[in-house]
Design a protein. Structure first.
Length: 562
């Protein structure tokens, strides 16, 4: 490894796979999978799993499958399938020709269920869903066996076939596996593996009216695909004995299930149920609202695939749940955009400045640096004329002691341009400041004053004659509490009422008229912004603020000595 290379951080999953490859376990193969349920949009927690599964496969010369666990047609839609594929590709990963669906295996899963019945390991139960819950017991009390548990294999096969034929209504029967109703693990108390759902499926149509349960389907799909390392989040740890029981009982190939801690992010909710409530309750505009923690939302806001991959790499893989500070994710974006985003000038809350001693018809082209972090980015020309816009909060008529920007009688520098001095303030009939009149020093173009005088502030600006109009959305965190809904509080009570501010009269430098959707820029002194992928129009862009310039995480890291 060269001195400039960054060593790959170790984690317990990498160590397991590394040892398996070294000892030629499973022939030294590494086959992982990313197995989303197509019942919603992916969020930042899924990004961690995507990076882990595809990353481990790539690192060890293996492959990673994309598999949709589409076993519940009541909640699944092709819209979600397409969005998931788009998100995985956008993050930079490719499953090539390995796109699978649990529904591809419905015939084999049915055959395996028949085999379990024939072996006396499964039975058709006619208890209602409520009765099954009562019979299941609790964490402190054992369950009790269903009165239908000892039906003969012949009777069970007949009932199961009639279930498949559509003879019974939803809920009339289920197929359960016979394990142990007294087990301390509730997942082993005769779990249901098939239920009746007389609902059309997006991929299989009306061919099936019974559908396999997730736990049963997942392990067998892994087996059929030859997965070597089935990487799951910690909530599946208690399901692993069932995963292994099904595969061992059927005497089929058994992958190794390994659990890791899921991502928990401060100021963020990653519950799919609550995200659906945010959308359906109108708290956000949709799944891709830039305040949502979905991959679509982060993308629309202006996050880059690289920033999310870097974040997932830095948080690592652990066995214990913890909460990651949202500031780290924002830091990863700033770090990426600082190197890649062109610098431009935009005025979000404009105040007109008239330079009274500048020729009325004169226009200069001033040289501006595109990115000081990347010399190869070069320079651009920005027009300068008599009338400009500056930020309204860069001027105060009666400033406090530590206000160093423009004020009556005070001189400041205009970025890439000249020193100007405020000479007069123009107000409307209501006393509102509508214009500031200044003089400029023509000897200070692009540099310091020849006489050595200094100024304490440099302001960004836009030529009024050449500016383009734009809408700019200032996004902040959706929640104003680090743990929304913590304790007994309704999470909606923690929604930040200032999470979105829409500015419709912004003035931008003319180079942004041709900004492509999803192009990202640093608006000097204001933050990083992204042209909205849907709402930007030629000559009338709409920009979303991805993140401010202030870097809270960098300050935290510096204080911690890292």
């Amino acid at each position: 490894m060269s001195q400039t290379e960054t060593p790959t951080p170790s984690n317990f999953i990498r160590n397991i796979i590394q040892e398996d490859v070294k000892t030629n376990k499973r022939g030294g193969r590494v086959v992982t999978r990313f197995p989303p349920e197509p019942n919603g949009y992916l969020h930042i927690g899924h990004a961690k799993s995507i990076c882990l599964n595809f990353g481990m496969a790539a690192e060890f010369g293996g492959r990673c499958n994309l598999r949709f666990d589409d076993t519940n047609p009541l909640k699944e839609e092709m819209e979600y399938v397409e969005s998931i594929k788009e998100d995985v590709r956008w993050l930079g990963f490719d499953w090539e020709d390995r796109e699978y669906y649990a529904s591809d295996y419905f015939g084999q899963l049915y055959s395996f269920a028949v085999q379990l019945i024939e072996q006396g390991h499964a039975y058709v139960d006619s208890l209602s869903a409520e009765e099954i819950r009562e019979y299941r017991g609790t964490l402190t009390e054992p369950g009790k066996e269903s009165p239908y548990r000892n039906r003969s294999a012949t009777e069970n096969l007949d009932l199961f076939e009639r279930m498949r034929a559509g003879e019974f209504e939803d809920g009339a029967h289920v197929l359960r596996v016979k394990i142990d109703m007294t087990s301390g693990n509730l997942n082993l108390r005769d779990p249901t593996i098939y239920r009746i759902r007389k609902t059309s499926h997006d991929r299989t149509g009306d061919r099936w009216v019974i559908y396999p349960m997730y736990d049963y389907t997942h392990c067998l799909s892994d087996s059929l695909e030859g997965i070597t390392h089935s990487l799951c989040t910690l909530e599946f740890e208690d399901h692993r004995p069932l995963y292994d029981w099904v595969l061992k009982t059927l005497a089929v190939y058994r992958p190794q299930q390994i659990e890791f801690a899921r991502l928990n992010l401060s100021f963020t909710l990653l519950s799919k149920r609550k995200l659906i409530q945010l959308v359906e309750g109108g708290y956000v505009s949709g799944w891709d609202d830039p305040r949502m923690p979905t991959i679509q939302g982060f993308r629309r806001r202006g996050f880059t695939p690289q920033s999310i991959r870097t974040f997932c790499d830095r948080i690592g893989v652990a066995k214990r749940d913890s909460i990651v500070d949202l500031a780290l994710l924002e830091h990863c974006l700033r770090e990426d955009l600082n190197k890649s985003a062109p610098r431009v000038m935009g005025v979000l809350k404009p105040l007109k400045v008239v330079i009274v001693n500048y020729p009325e018809e004169k226009v200069e082209e001033l040289e501006a640096i595109n990115n000081p972090e990347e010399p190869a980015a070069g320079v651009r020309q920005v027009p300068f004329c008599r009338e400009l816009y500056i930020e309204r909060n860069d001027f105060m008529e009666d400033p406090p002691k530590k206000f160093f920007r423009l004020a009556p009688g005070r001189e400041v520098r205009l970025r890439y341009a000249y020193f100007i001095r405020c000479e007069e303030v123009i107000k409307d009939a209501d006393g509102n400041i509508v214009e500031v009149r200044c003089t400029y020093d023509p000897t200070t173009r692009g540099g310091d004053a020849p006489d050595g005088r200094k100024v304490k502030a440099t302001l960004h600006w836009v030529s009024a004659r050449h500016a383009i109009d734009a809408e700019v959305r200032l996004y902040d965190r959706l929640f104003n509490h680090p743990h929304p809904g913590g304790g007994k509080t309704d999470y909606t009570e923690h929604i930040n009422p200032k999470s979105l501010t829409v500015l419709t009269d912004c003035k931008l430098e003319p180079s942004l008229a041709s900004a492509e959707p999803e192009s990202r820029y640093q608006f000097e002194r204001l933050g990083y912004f992204c042209a909205d992928r849907w709402d930007s129009q030629p000559g009338r862009p709409a920009f979303n603020r991805a993140v401010t310039l202030r870097d809270q995480w960098a300050k935290i890291a510096k204080k911690g000595g890292s």
